[in-house]
Design a binder for this molecule. Structure first.
Ligand code: BES
Ligand code: MN
Ligand code: ZN
Length: 495
């Protein structure tokens, strides 16, 4: 999808569809300039958010179809509303089979948003809504591609606003390239997205920028580093485990060193504590944390930040077999902490234990992990919202602010100290499950806390928002969402 600009009115140049977004109650009846012809066909239109009316067209106009789209109350219009507007526009374009669009804000404005913010939010909504995953369609892939929007022209902008708006669009394109790559990786079936395939995807991303380097840790390297916890999860699988460590170095002196850790279980069968069939259907998505790490670095190939950024994931597959790790086993993580395995389906934390230990050896200013860790988080916060747990108020507030600006909903759960008991084990230092039937998400965080020392740390449980079986809003099509990439980019840009 190309985003173009010109100074002509929306209807003055050819397009399949010309759209005027308008606020509620504003002077939309002047559309396009001199005619009242449209009023009758749109008498029920009030400009409420998402409302939309296709208007009859005049022969002398060059656009094939005309529409007004409601932006809602001007006072409530913010970046997220602009993002949703962009997404709605693409959705309507698909419905009307329009491939070339012209959009004019001449009857409205960008509300409180700066021109650049408006450009970024609109473009994000459009790009995220335009995503489709067609790699596995034998028959309809071409058809789907042919139906997608080819160009969007932002009409009637002044020359100086064109420059500002297009800067915003470029920001959006860079961030979204990361989001979309994360979506592709997560949507790809586990038969093709196994641990080594993830390492290859990360390598391809690193190759895009001279500021990004990558180190691959093979099984023997992981053994020498004493990552017994992560390796024990991998033992039941025919697929080799692999560690990935990406590094972004800024042009100037780095102000901070930040490590992002992702859970990358390329398929989670539950292992010997095997999941029921229904619970396994979406478990190709259990590497979404690692995919977000790769997506972040894809964005960093096009966006400059001042921090030194490390991205780490240990990719494994969790399978039952004669050699799989067992309930009752005790395994030792890289920092010496012993873990009693009581449920092989609580594998994410066991892998993250070693990934977080490794992260700590880099002596970072902050560690942020993203993990599809607990079904309990979906029970607590629903499908849309990620859980945040932390040992550092300031870092958490920064992440929450970045999430808010990006439109990714994240809510905090408490690290209530007495619940540390929930992961204490009788025969080892800790166990990999919490107390039966309560606070499962917090128990996950209490477990992970043993592997971050005193480093400021934020844990994001993205079990809900990483994947949606049904489209919940038009910029989040069914399947993988690429959750986390946008928040991380904002956070790093703000350092
Ligand atoms: N990958 C799952 C968590 C999950 C469930 C993510 C549903 C997305 C959707 C994780 O490895 C898991 O199985 N967790 C267990 C932990 C329990 C055994 C303590 C869970 O949530 O049931
Ligand atoms: Mn599991
Ligand atoms: Zn899992």
């Amino acid at each position: 999808m190309k985003i173009l600009f010109d100074g002509f009115a929306a209807h003055e140049r050819t397009a399949d569809l010309a759209i005027w977004p308008v606020f509620k109650g504003a002077g939309w009846k002047r559309i396009p300039d001199d005619t009242l012809l449209f009023v009758s066909s749109a008498e029920h239109f009030e400009g409420g958010f998402g409302e939309w009316v296709v208007l009859p067209t005049l022969n002398r106009f060059k656009a094939r179809k005309f529409a007004v789209m409601g932006m809602g109350e001007k006072s409530a219009f913010d970046a997220d509303a602009m993002r949703r507007l962009g997404a709605n526009i693409i959705k309507r374009a698909k419905e009307t089979k329009a491939k070339t669009l012209r959009i004019s804000f001449s009857l409205s404005s960008f509300g409180e948003l700066s021109v650049r913010e408006a450009g970024q939010a609109l473009a994000e909504g459009m790009i995220l809504a335009g995503y489709g995953f067609h790699s596995y369609h034998a028959k309809n892939a071409e058809k789907a591609k042919n139906q997608s929007v080819v160009s969007v022209t932002i009409a009637e902008l002044s020359a100086s606003d064109q420059i500002k708006f297009s800067r915003g669009c470029a920001d959006a394109e860079a961030v979204c390239s990361g989001v979309l790559i994360a979506r592709d990786l997560v949507n790809t079936p586990s038969m093709d997205m196994f641990p080594l395939a993830m390492a290859e995807a990360a390598t391809r991303v690193a190759d895009r920028s001279k500021r990004i380097s990558i180190k691959i840790l093979d099984r023997s390297r992981m053994e020498r580093m004493k990552m017994q916890a992560a390796l024990s999860v991998a033992r039941g699988s025919e697929h080799e485990p692999v560690g990935v460590h990406m590094v972004y170095k800024p042009a100037g002196k780095a102000k901070k060193r930040i490590v992002i850790v992702g859970k990358a279980v390329t398929f989670d069968s539950g292992g010997l504590s095997i999941k029921p069939a229904d619970g396994m259907m979406t478990m190709k998505m259990d590497m979404a944390g690692g995919a977000s790490v790769i997506g972040l670095f894809r964005a960093l190939a096009d966006i400059d930040v001042d921090a030194e950024v490390h991205g780490i994931f240990l990719a494994v597959e969790n399978m039952p077999s004669g050699n799989a790790y067992r309930p009752g086993d005790v395994v030792r993580a890289m920092n010496g902490t012993t873990i009693e395995i009581l449920n092989t389906d609580a594998e994410g934390r066991v892998v993250l234990a070693d990934a977080l230990c490794y992260a700590q050896t880099l002596e970072p200013d902050a560690i942020i992990d993203l993990a599809t860790l607990t079904g309990a988080c979906i029970v607590a916060l629903g499908e849309d919202i990620a859980g945040l747990m932390t040992n550092d108020r300031k870092l958490a507030d920064r992440i929450l602010a970045a999430a808010d600006e990006s439109g990714e909903p994240i809510w905090e759960l408490p690290m209530y100290t007495p619940y540390e008991e929930h992961v204490k084990s009788r025969i080892a230092d800790i166990k990999n499950i919490g107390a039966r039937g309560q606070a499962g998400t917090i128990a996950g965080a209490m477990f992970l806390k043993h592997f971050v020392g005193s480093t400021p740390w934020v844990h994001l449980d993205i079990a809900g928002p990483a994947y949606t079986e049904r489209e919940s809003r038009p910029d989040l099509p069914a399947g993988a969402t690429g959750f986390g990439v946008r928040t991380l980019v904002r956070y790093l840009q703000g350092l």
